[in-house]
Design a binder for this molecule. Structure first.
Ligand SMILES: [Zn+2]
Length: 242
């Protein structure tokens, strides 16, 4: 049976920490890697572990800058690679709109949405819309009987809990410390993440899209005190395999 590897590239919500990045996760099976979001600083950090030429597919959950900021420079990377005669494929973005993602011959874009399943490399992928101020998709990547769910951004709902149910790895956003979140913001706080984990029972929980202030270990401690499963705080190059 094949295995899925998840590597966190960027874990910060809104803006990167010094030397870090905002939302970006690499999911790999059979040597085929897909990026989930490409936030600020992601392209720089990614290249520490993998040549960007080897990445063909980038899924964009939504068009907030902390998820899509490096898309433009990713296209420039492909432009330069092609002009230098390196053997690369055009980048293929998967997003709800094409916007500036499609710059032939360096990149193209396919439209994704809830109810439209996709196949990318070895992965079967499905999407649902989350509760966020702009249209946003959570996604589930399945391969070899294993699944990885990425909540992207969105308030807690029964729908996201059901979608995340029994995932082997759940990457959940946690934008706020205890008592500081609000449903209206269209994000989860640590209390919501505990609810999600309890309802979905993932094999492993990665808590990400973290605040860029305060002590993030408080988030980990809060969850560990209320949920018995395996939970990890996201940081660049955190790697899990199932
Ligand atoms: Zn975000």
């Amino acid at each position: 049976m094949g295995r899925i590897k998840v590597v966190v590239i960027g874990e910060s919500g809104g803006t990167p920490l010094a030397g870090g990045a905002t939302s970006c996760y690499m999911v790999e099976a059979e040597g085929y890697a897909v990026l989930l979001d490409i936030g600020s600083g992601a392209l720089s950090l990614l290249q520490k572990i993998r040549p960007f030429d080897s990445i063909d597919d980038i899924i964009i959950s939504h068009f907030h800058s902390d998820h899509v900021a490096d898309a433009g420079v990713a296209i420039y990377s492909r432009l330069i690679a092609m002009q230098l005669g390196r053997h690369v494929h055009p980048l293929l973005f998967h997003a709800m709109e094409k916007r500036e993602l499609e710059i032939a011959p360096y990149s193209s874009a396919v439209i994704i949405d809830e109810g439209i399943p996709e196949k990318i490399g070895p992965f079967s992928i499905s999407y649902i819309r989350t509760r966020h101020p702009v249209p946003c998709l959570a996604m589930k990547l399945s391969y070899g009987g294993k699944s990885v769910v990425y909540t992207a951004d969105g308030a807690f709902s029964e729908k996201i809990a059901e979608f995340s149910s029994s995932s082997d790895i759940l990457i959940a956003e946690c934008s706020f410390y205890p008592g500081t979140g609000s449903q209206e913001a269209g994000h989860m706080d640590v209390y919501d993440v505990v609810k999600l984990a309890a309802a979905a029972s993932p094999g492993k929980l990665i808590v990400s899209h973290l605040p860029v202030y305060g002590n993030r270990n408080e988030i980990l401690d809060y969850i560990k005190g209320r949920w018995n499963g395996e939970v990890l705080l996201a940081h660049p190059f955190l790697e899990l395999e199932v």
